[in-house]
Structure formats: C-alpha cells, structure tokens
Design a protein around this ligand. Structure first.
Ligand code: ADP
Length: 290
C-alpha cells in the first residue's frame, strides 16, 4: 500500500542532451487497486446470494412433494432475493453519493424535520427490538415524531437549525446512522439523535448504547464493504456499504463525519455541516416576493 511507483522516462531533448522525466504513479496505482478491489467485492457480494438462490431452487425441485420443505426453501429463496435487492439499492445509493450530483438540488433545510423523517423511517425496526428513539435540539428534548399540530405548537419554542443541502442526501446519511445504531444495539436500549449548533457549525449526533467498535477497526469502518463482524452484519441485513455511503453524502454537502466508540459501551457518530447563511428566512429573497 505504501509502495512508491515511479515512472521514469529518458528523452533526448537536443543533440547530445538527455533529460530524465520522473513521475510519481503511486496515486494512480492505488486508485487502480482500489477500483479492482471494489469490483471483486461487488462480484463476490452478488455471487453469494445468487449462488444460494440457484442451489435452493434446485433443492426445492427435488422436495416438491414435501410441503414443509417447500415452505422452508421458498422462505430462504425470498430472503436471499431480498439480500440481492438490498445490495443493488445500496450500490445505486453509493453511486449517487459518489457522483456528488446531490448538491444540484441544494435547498435551505430544517435539520429537525430531516432528523424526524430519518427516525420515522426506522421506527418499525426500533420497535421490533424495543429500542427507544430520542431526539433533542440544542440539548432540549423534543418529540421524536410530531404530527402537524404538534409541530405548529412547537414552532417558536424550539430553535431549529438549518443547513443548505439536498434533502434526500442528508436524510440518507442520518437514516443510515440511526439504522446502524439500532442494528448494533441490544434490545431495550435507547438511540438518541441530538442536533444543534456547536462552534458555529451544525452538529447532528447519533448516540447508541450498543456493542461499540474495536479501536483497531475505527479507522476502517467508512471503507466500502468493511465490517467488523461479517456474520453479524449479514444477520442484520448489512452490506458493509452504509457508512461509505453516509460519508460520501456528508462530504457532498460540505460536511465531515467523525466517530467515537468504546466496545461494550456504545458509539457516537457526529455529522458536522456548515450552517445555512441566514437562520431566519430572508424577506428580501425572490421566494418571499409575490
Ligand atoms: P453494515 O451494512 O455492515 O452495517 P456499514 O458500512 O453501515 O455496514 O458499517 C460498517 C461496520 O461498522 C459494520 O459492519 C459494523 O461492524 C460497524 N458499525 C457501524 N455502525 C455501528 C454502530 N453504531 N455500533 C457498532 N458497530 C457499528
């Protein structure tokens, strides 16, 4: 990985005058190697469920007169197909996040509303593990989901925070973090999302009381297909792409992502984004004009 690749050319630039051109190809070589690894990983990840499906289909053919066996094998086929679909969706998400086209649809966003959407989309998953979802703005607890009425009553009391970004991109990032927090936490714990302004920047924090991440793995978890425990990740439907997608999403929006974690204690992922230039709607803006 740290090997230096030099491309050396010797050329004659005038009669009897030679020059040596040296260029550092290490970056390109590393990039090429990464691309190759990625293709290998994708093929492997796709081949596993695809292979399982054809094997199961064969088996089901042999067991056609045993209804219990048919039920069992068709269930397994359905699960493996789900896995394939999930993988393809994740690859598309990754492609989108990597293309950085996200910022073409940048708008002024309420971070509170995006966080609520991300939590709502994980509600069923959280309930299935009896995990509580909590939400706070600048340290003040607010309902994790609010209907329109509650939201109206709330406005003016809660100081929301705003960013300029593509809604779907930010939502994908927060949603992935909440989903991981649930996946890697034991039952009856809490996943808390905290949003606020810190040092002039918007911070979105996802805190869990889960299994944590070994110190040695912390620097690798944002890599595509990296998993601390592949078996466990597969059990929860993980693809190893979630955090890679999340990191790209955050960086597309001009932000950064950081992680703190201790095994057996839990993890905290923090997204930091530039604050929207004005915290109040600008009455002079074109939008405000009739
Ligand atoms: P996966 O689809 O496997 O969850 P991710 O890219 O989302 O892939 O995460 C990479 C790995 O980082 C996971 O397999 C898991 O080992 C670890 N991880 C991510 N989030 C958490 C968390 N909140 N708590 C503990 N481990 C986590």
């Amino acid at each position: 990985e740290d090997t230096l690749y030099l491309h050396v050319r010797v050329g004659q630039i005038a009669d009897g005058l030679f020059a040596v051109f040296i260029s550092d190809m290490s970056e390109q070589r590393r990039f090429e190697a990464m691309r190759r690894d990625f293709v290998t990983n994708v093929s492997h990840e796709l081949k596993t469920p695809a292979g399982a499906i054809s094997l199961l289909a064969e088996t089901i053919g042999d067991a056609a007169d045993d209804p219990d066996a048919v039920k069992y094998f068709s269930g397994r086929i359905a699960k493996e197909s789900e896995r394939l679909t999930e993988l393809v969706h994740r690859l598309i998400d990754l492609q989108k996040a990597q293309s950085a086209a996200a910022m073409l649809n940048a708008e002024r966003l309420s971070v509170l509303s995006v966080a609520r959407e991300a939590l709502a989309e994980n509600q069923v998953k959280a309930e299935s593990k009896h995990i509580g979802l909590a939400l706070s703005v600048n340290g003040r607890q607010v309902p994790a989901h609010a209907d329109a009425g509650e939201l109206a009553a709330e406005s003016g009391q809660v100081l929301d925070v705003f960013v300029v970004a593509d809604r779907e991109t930010i939502k994908t990032a927060v949603k992935n973090l909440v989903e991981n927090a649930i996946n890697y936490s034991p039952e009856r714990t809490t996943v808390a999302v905290g949003i606020g302004v810190e040092n002039g920047k918007v911070a979105i924090r996802v805190v869990d009381q889960g299994i944590g991440i070994p110190a040695a793995s912390l620097s690798r978890i944002f890599e595509r297909f990296y998993r601390v425990d592949p078996a466990r990740s597969r059990e929860t439907g993980g693809t190893g792409l979630g955090l890679a997608i999340t990191k790209h999403c955050v960086e597309d929006c001009g932000g950064t992502i950081a992680v703190w974690s201790r095994e057996g204690e839990g993890s905290t992922f923090t997204i930091t984004l530039p604050q929207a230039p004005d915290s109040q709607p600008d009455p002079q803006s074109d939008e405000a004009r009739p």
